[in-house]
Write a protein that binds this ligand. Structure first.
Ligand code: GH3
Ligand code: MG
Ligand code: MG
Length: 549
């Protein structure tokens, strides 16, 4: 794959930025674990919490250094070791001390800890946005447009500031970095060229930020200029707010991404170890396999999104193994990249014709390996998401969330942990559609799914169960915790203003929660949660009920 140095540099930069976003999500998760540890009074839950901490810290320790967070990585390593050391202790004082150390660690400023040179850091703007809302700055001279866009995006759970001049934008960016910039191509400044300002601004930022342009102009030239600055979206006026919000959503979906799962099959153990290290460092999750006959087991248990396959192996060749993989319909979509010292083009083509999608010639530089795998993995995930995710909300579809509930219920049964299932339904939603139209109703559905996504943890799964009905499964979560989280989301949602026909209105939802016991099956749990939801509706709506175990 031909990738220029500049592109690679960009890629590595954007990986760095993605890593920072990951930190912004993971540090609060660590903090939450530490808070749980402070209130856990018996051995078993303490051990589960410490294990969870250990896993998260281990990942951080392994990857932070590569992305320029050396000191953070070192601190994570120390804390990881003390988490392990405390696994068998019952000394409450030590555990409290550890929890407080983790809380202090989780509160550090991600943007600041990134720069190795401490004198440089002080002059850089910091992003202290540790709350979960994404921050958006809009630069648009038009007061009405700015306000309307602001209100709409607020209702989707974003933190939004509307600014009317480039000076105000610079001031805001220096105060706190946003997650996304939206800039009008025509300003009312001394220099009215919004794109020129945007380009200049992007070069000054300490990390690459996604940029959307809104514009009165329709010509090819302006769009070409926008592409050349690297914008993530271009919207003509009158701006279609819902299209713009969808774009934001897909930008954040990419950033939220779980690490890509990559399987390396090579009989050269040294080489696969090295590849593994490189891909690990780029934030991917890697498994290696040196015995081709184990392919089925690994494909099943690891479920890779990309397979890197050596061509010459003693027992069977790469193309043969690729064909065996393709025998299974479930794995037809997994991209297979051959890794080989073979430079004979005709042999490469033969291998590709048998099965497989791409060829990478050994030796390959670390950067090109990361770039090749990343490009394939991103495409594969987009495709797979397009098939299993609901197009309006991006959440799992009915069948997929049901399957996820089953997976979590089984896992909880094995581990003896508590899992909660939540059923959630918008109140009197028919009226919303009747009064304001179906399109506005769609926006409400999307706003709720956004809010749920932002408020729930990364380990929680969320699906659109039906039209205006959602299902969430919260692993390792007690009934009380689930009730508290969902109630908090309920209150926030009820406060969100929606606008239609120049008026503002609010919508509420009701929810039912059920907790697993040792015998409950996934479908029983969904049924129990549904009954609790029904009780919440019957009791007057806008409330959360728990199924009584
Ligand atoms: P309740 O409080 O009892 O849940 O009242 P409700 O009006 O919400 O309940 P009902 O189930 O009778 O109506 C659900 C409505 O949701 C009916 C349907 O038109 C609407 N709906 C379902 N899917 C969608 C969708 O994708 N978009 C929009 N805009 N509306 C939808
Ligand atoms: Mg309803
Ligand atoms: Mg309904």
């Amino acid at each position: 794959m031909a990738t220029s140095d500049d592109e690679l540099q960009q890629l590595l930069l954007s990986l760095g930025a993605q890593f920072r976003l990951r930190l912004e999500q993971e540090l609060p998760e660590l903090r939450a674990l530490a808070e749980q540890l402070l209130i856990a009074h018996t051995v078993a839950p303490r051990q589960i919490i410490l294990q969870g901490m250990r896993e998260q810290l281990h990942k951080l320790a392994g990857s932070a250094g590569t992305f320029g967070y050396a000191s953070l990585g070192a601190q994570a390593r120390t804390l990881e070791l003390s988490s392990v050391a405390l696994l068998s202790t019952s000394n409450t004082e030590q555990l409290c001390e550890h929890a407080h150390a983790i809380i202090a660690f989780s509160q550090q400023d991600c943007a600041l800890s990134a720069t190795p040179d401490s004198t440089e850091k002080a002059t850089q703007p910091s992003n202290t946005n540790t709350e979960l809302s994404r921050r958006i700055y809009i630069l648009a001279p038009d007061q009405q447009l700015g306000e309307n866009l602001q209100t709409t995006l607020l209702s989707f759970g974003y933190a939004v500031e509307h600014l009317r001049s480039s000076a105000a934008m610079l001031e805001a960016v220096n105060r706190q970095l946003p997650d996304v910039l939206i800039i009008d191509s025509q300003l009312e400044d001394d220099n009215p060229d919004g794109l020129a300002f945007a380009r200049e601004l992007l070069t000054q930022l300490p990390l690459p930020l996604p940029l959307l342009i809104i514009s009165e102009q329709h010509d090819f030239d302006i769009r070409l200029r926008a592409v050349r600055i690297g914008v993530a979206g271009f919207f003509n006026k009158p701006v279609n707010f819902s299209a713009l919000e969808s774009r934001l959503d897909s930008i954040f979906a990419q950033q939220r991404g779980e690490p890509f799962r990559v399987l390396i099959i090579d009989d050269d153990l040294e080489l696969s170890k090295r590849y593994r290290l490189v891909l690990d460092n780029a934030g991917m999750q890697v498994e290696t396999l040196s015995q081709p006959e184990q392919i089925d087991r690994v494909m099943h248990s690891f479920n890779p999104e990309v397979v890197l396959l050596d061509v010459h192996m003693p027992l069977c060749s790469g193309p043969e193994l690729a064909q065996i993989i393709r025998f299974n319909d479930a794995w037809l979509r997994v991209p297979i990249i051959y890794l080989s010292a073979e430079t004979d083009i005709s042999k490469q083509i033969k291998a590709l014709l048998k099965a497989g999608d791409d060829f990478v010639t050994k030796p390959i530089s670390d950067n090109s390996l990361v770039a090749s795998v990343l490009a394939r993995a991103q495409r594969a995930r987009l495709l797979s998401n397009a098939l299993s995710r609901d197009s309006l909300t991006g959440l799992l579809k009915h069948a997929d969330i049901k399957e996820q509930v089953a997976v979590e219920v089984e896992r909880a049964a094995r581990r003896g942990t508590s899992t909660c299932v939540v059923m959630l339904d918008l109140d009197n939603f028919k009226q919303v559609n009747d009064r304001y139209g179906h399109a506005v109703g769609d926006n409400v559905i999307r706003a709720l799914s956004n809010l749920l996504r932002q408020r729930l943890r990364r380990v929680d799964s969320l699906g659109r169960y039906g039209g205006e009905e959602f299902t969430a499964v919260l692993p390792e979560c007690s009934l009380e915790q689930a009730k508290r989280i969902i109630d908090e989301i309920r209150l926030r949602f009820a406060e969100l203003p929606f606008i239609a026909n120049e008026t503002s209105f609010n919508v509420t939802f009701s929810a039912g929660i059920a907790q697993n016991s040792s015998q409950t099956t996934a479908s029983q749990l969904i049924e129990l949660a549904d009954q609790a939801l029904y009780a919440a509706k019957a009791a007057g709506r806008n409330q959360v009920h728990c199924s009584q175990p």
